[in-house]
Design a protein. Structure first.
Length: 135
């Protein structure tokens, strides 16, 4: 699979995950094969092109993203604005409240992470939602 096919597949995965959970925004991070603490692909859904440009390139692996990298266990937050680890968001990043973070595994290896936020139906991203996304 070439890079164009992979980007298309990853974009499709994050779009479907957002649709399944009614999340306004989604992001899918793929970790580099040679350095599992470096991001090789960062795919977003729900952002306008202007927002995407304002945010810039790949995010730093700190704050909430770093939490999942250090301990690859999914977690959910009811209000990101009240979370001490919610740091490092670049200028132009949309405000988030509900937040769901999950590792993506291939076998026992963490391939990347899926982040979903701002559930549009004005309800929390609950455990049931996590189960819908877990094989």
């Amino acid at each position: 699979m070439d890079a164009t096919d992979l980007d298309g597949l990853l974009r499709h995965i994050v779009q479907v995950a957002c649709r399944m959970t009614s999340a306004r925004y989604g992001a899918l991070v793929v970790l580099a094969e040679d350095d599992r603490e470096r991001i090789s692909h960062f795919i977003t859904h729900g952002l306008s092109e202007k927002q995407r440009r304002a945010i810039g390139g790949h995010p730093a692996c700190e704050g909430l993203l770093g939490r999942l990298m250090r301990r690859p266990v999914g977690f959910r937050l009811d209000d990101v604005t009240k979370e001490p680890d919610a740091t490092g968001f670049p200028a132009g990043h949309p405000v988030m409240h509900t937040f769901l973070a999950m590792p993506i595994r291939i076998g026992s290896t963490v391939f990347g992470h899926l982040y979903l936020t701002e559930r549009e139906r004005n309800t929390l991203l609950v455990t049931r939602t996590r189960k819908r996304l877990t094989p």
